[in-house]
Design a protein around this ligand. Structure first.
Ligand code: NAD
Length: 332
């Protein structure tokens, strides 16, 4: 079938083309999907989108009017798609629920290590022939308490790695798996207890109405002074302005972000010739103890191949009118 692939980046095109083979005709579009860009999908049967594309009702209705039958997400998260609207418009939607939880978990730990051991600062110094060590003191991860919020596929792998470091692990999730937890010495607790006891806090829950701004001033005040906070899940899990206040007061000692609540239009793009308009990220960039990556936690060759293969499998199912295990429904 003919598929309009929005937000198609160079790094993923080869994998997608290879996986599509001769079964699907992919039309790669640089543009992000938005109301004004739906016209580019005309003549296609399916639209394929990524995390910062707009899947709101307005866009969905326009796609349906343009004859689009299928919406294939190249992501696990689906908070950017109005599933009630797709169901009403008769569009079948699928996602890639798992492509490499290892990729995201490993990047999460990379942020922790780079922040703790001040690797970026050390590298910048050395490039300037400054070989001094002042200001580069880190801490042993061994023996520290890591609080993992969300014990799904990614959170569990982060916990396993932290367990390997010799950390004590606290977990918070709405569902519990005591057998798994006992294999990695994980203690389940409530979120406030986790916040008050952890030296490192890492977020691995999806963005929903319940998890929006899970981290706000009230919770930050309960955290240990100098805590490390890592978010590789979705930007709006944390209230960024509250986090900036926490950094200014020293309550937050380290911040690692792979996601940002206003990342749409900013992340994934080269803005090096633009005047930065976002004052919140501008403030974040002034802190030495903040490390930001541009939603790249998923970005490994394994994950890209898996995303491509699962997306094409999903489209195959839709085209043949088969049941698709990765289909999303209004109550998903
Ligand atoms: P998952 O569905 O396997 O796990 C999510 C866990 O969160 C589940 O155990 C669930 O019970 C728990 N949960 C849901 N709502 C909760 C709540 N209100 N309170 C406490 N726990 C709750 O998902 P995953 O594959 O581990 O992915 C986690 C998130 O990582 C995704 O939702 C996505 O936003 C993000 N992600 C980011 C990247 C990246 O490149 N940065 C890539 C993939 C996924």
């Amino acid at each position: 079938m003919k598929v309009a692939v929005y937000s198609a980046k160079k790094f993923e095109r080869d994998c997608l083309t290879q996986s599509a083979g001769s079964r699907h005709d992919l039309v790669f579009l640089e543009n992000r999907l938005s109301p004004g860009e739906t016209i580019l999908a005309e003549g296609c049967e399916a639209v394929c989108i990524f995390v910062n594309d707009d899947g709101s009702k307005n866009v969905v209705d326009r796609l349906a009017r343009a004859g689009i039958k299928y919406l294939a997400l190249r992501s696990a998260g689906f908070n950017h798609v109005d599933l009630k609207a797709t169901e009403k418009a008769g569009l079948r939607v699928c996602r890639v629920p798992e492509y490499s939880p290892y990729a995201v978990a490993e990047h999460t730990v990379a942020l922790m290590l780079a922040l703790n051991r001040k690797l970026i600062r050390a590298h910048t110094r050395i490039m300037d022939l400054n070989f001094s060590l002042d200001g580069l003191v880190g801490f042993d991860m061994h023996g520290k308490t890591a609080g993992i919020i969300g014990f799904g596929k990614i959170g569990r792998i982060v916990a396993q790695i932290m367990h390997g470091f010799g950390c004590k692990i606290l977990g918070y999730d709405i569902s519990r798996d005591e057998r798994w937890a006992s294999s990695y010495n994980v203690t389940y607790t409530d979120i406030d207890d986790l916040c008050s006891q952890s030296d490192i806090i890492s977020l691995h829950v999806p963005l929903t109405d319940r998890t929006k701004y899970l981290i706000h001033t009230g919770r930050i005040e309960k955290m240990k002074k100098g805590v490390m906070l890592i978010n590789t899940s979705r930007g709006a899990l944390v209230n960024t302005r509250d986090v900036i206040d926490g950094l200014k007061s020293g309550q937050i000692g380290y911040l690692g972000l792979d996601v940002y609540e206003e990342e749409k239009g900013l992340f994934f793009e080269d803005h090096s010739h633009d005047i930065l308009q976002d004052d919140v990220i501008a403030r974040l960039l002034t802190f030495q103890n903040v490390l930001i990556t541009s939603h790249q936690a998923f970005l490994t060759d394994t994950a890209l191949q898996n995303i491509a293969d699962t997306t094409m499998h999903n489209l195959d199912c839709f085209e043949k009118n088969l049941k698709c295990e990765n289909e999303l429904f209004a109550d998903s």
